[in-house]
Design a protein around this ligand. Structure first.
Ligand code: ADP
Length: 479
């Protein structure tokens, strides 16, 4: 066959897994990126056991040792960002510049947490009792399961694996089924970073088999999940039943408000980037564009012109703006939402179907509907290049529409009014707010996460990651 075969990694050994599953290139269905084997539940359990066996010693390793391992991983990822980005673009479908940017970000995240390993915070206080001192320290939470989605196949695993290892935890990492190549590439780099056997494990396979076997394993201490709302909620119920510490990042239906006083160039850039770049497959995508009535027509015309000029095609080709949808399953979902838009009476303004002539891949035209707030395309997360445009009477109405959603990940506003920007930052019901910036595109060194149905548990990334990946100990000493 010629293509590489991606394996799992358990207790320092590569484990082939069963079957010869094609790792599809969504831009060229005739040329798979590679093949991979899937693990079964019993082998997955061995990975959790390996991680649990290794945890005590790793938790007691010096911060310097952990910092050096993470720094080595970050250095290698950065040095190989072009090659890793190319693999990512072929496997997931985002454009090569986006993919290289993601690879670089994964490297930066490992470097950031290499530093954090040396800065694990603690406190010392005087007791309320005489002659007693109190120390508050942070210890690893233990053996951590990581279940990741396919849309950021290097960056999301990095922002979970790096803090887990930095704070002395051991890891069992399950990537999404359609991105085994990026997961394998990350594991291969980690396998040469001087980690003791069992500290990092990769398990390739299905959510219901491998993912479930992880979650059900009694020696798993914590689970960090990013994926869909239904899966996240199901995992939350299971985690609650066994008191498993859990962190969930799920969907978004992020609003971008465009006020009449906005700089229209900035507003259109933010909308095009936020709604359509990375093929709209970002949980922070601006899938609801809420535009004040006075500029609604002008904004609509500019969006139509920009969308018509976007080039959809193979993500490796220079000048392509939008790659393919990541899988046939996601394409079906996107098309069914386009149908729902028509059924609900929304007006199609751009796109609306597959792109002919872009190749044998899952290519979908960037799609924009003029919608009303009750339409399914305006309420449910689509996770594709499909956005809903909503008309707002004024700022107050726009804010109400922005918050009228079960989700609360990110909210954006384009305005030149300090008053409205300040008010929006205070009153947007979201974990992250953007002013004159796309809703998607966040920094790696500050907290990431949302409210309402979008997230559950402590924040990811930045110094706030310490909350999830450590547990607090309070020690009293009578002098
Ligand atoms: P998407 O619809 O975007 O694929 P999912 O929530 O289904 O999102 O998948 C996100 C991750 O969760 C993937 O790694 C997937 O394999 C995993 N997963 C799916 N179902 C389960 C499950 N029942 N238990 C554990 N993990 C699961």
């Amino acid at each position: 066959m010629g293509e590489p075969r991606f394996s799992s990694y358990i207790h320092g050994q590569w484990v082939a897994g069963a079957g010869d599953h094609a790792d599809e290139n969504p831009a060229d269905l005739d040329a798979p990126v590679g093949h991979y084997g899937m693990l079964d539940a019993a082998t997955t359990a061995q990975a959790v056991d390996a991680a649990a066996d290794a945890q005590h010693a790793w938790g007691l390793s010096t911060p310097q040792r952990r910092a050096e391992a993470l720094d080595a991983v970050g250095t290698e990822i950065l040095a190989r960002k072009d090659e890793l980005g190319r693999l990512l673009a072929r496997e997931e479908g985002k454009t090569l510049p986006e993919a290289i940017g993601e690879a670089a970000r994964a490297g930066q995240i490992f470097k950031f947490f290499a530093g954090e390993a040396l800065r694990i915070p603690g406190e010392k206080l005087a007791s309320t009792r005489p002659g007693v001192e109190v120390e508050i320290t942070r210890e690893p939470v233990g053996t951590v399961g990581i279940i990741a989605p396919w849309n950021f196949p290097l960056a999301i695993p990095a922002w979970k694996i790096a803090p887990a290892l930095a704070y002395g935890n051991t890891v069992v990492f399950k990537p999404a089924e359609i991105v085994p190549g990026c997961a394998w590439a990350l594991a291969e780099i980690l396998s040469r970073a001087g980690l003791p056997e069992g500290v990092f494990n990769l398990v390739l396979g299905g959510g219901r088999t491998v993912g479930q076997a992880m979650v059900e394993h009694p020696r798993l201490d914590a689970l960090s999940f990013t994926g869909s709302v239904p899966t996240g909620r199901a995992l939350l119920v299971q985690a609650a039943a066994r008191a498993l510490k859990v962190q969930l990042e799920m969907g978004g239906k992020n609003p971008l408000v465009v006020l009449a006083d906005a700089d229209m160039d900035i507003a259109v850039d933010c909308a095009v980037n936020g709604a359509y770049f990375s093929t709209g497959q970002r949980c922070t995508a601006s899938s609801r564009l809420i535009v004040e009535a006075a500029v609604y027509d002008a904004f609509t015309e500019r969006m139509r012109a920009r969308l018509a000029a976007l080039r959809v095609g193979d993500p490796l080709i220079q000048g392509v703006d939008i790659g393919p949808v990541a899988s046939g399953q996601q394409l079906d979902t996107d098309l069914s939402y386009i149908q729902a838009g028509h059924d609900d009476g929304a007006e199609l303004l751009a796109g609306g179907g597959r792109v002919d002539g872009a190749g044998n891949g899952h290519f979908l035209a960037p799609t924009l509907f003029a919608a009303t707030p009750g339409d399914r395309i305006a309420r449910e997360e689509i996770f594709g290049p499909v956005a809903a445009l909503l008309r707002a009477d004024d700022y107050g109405h726009a804010l109400a529409l922005a918050n009228d959603t079960e989700f609360g990940l990110c909210a954006g506003i384009c305005t030149t009014s300090l008053k409205h920007a300040t008010h929006f930052k205070r009153h947007a019901q979201a974990g992250m707010v953007m002013v004159n910036l796309p809703t998607a595109g966040v920094d790696p060194h500050v907290p990431f996460g949302g409210r309402k149905a979008s997230s559950y548990g402590p924040r990811e990334q930045g110094r706030h990651a310490v909350e999830f990946y450590t547990t607090v100990k309070t020690a009293y000493t009578a002098a």
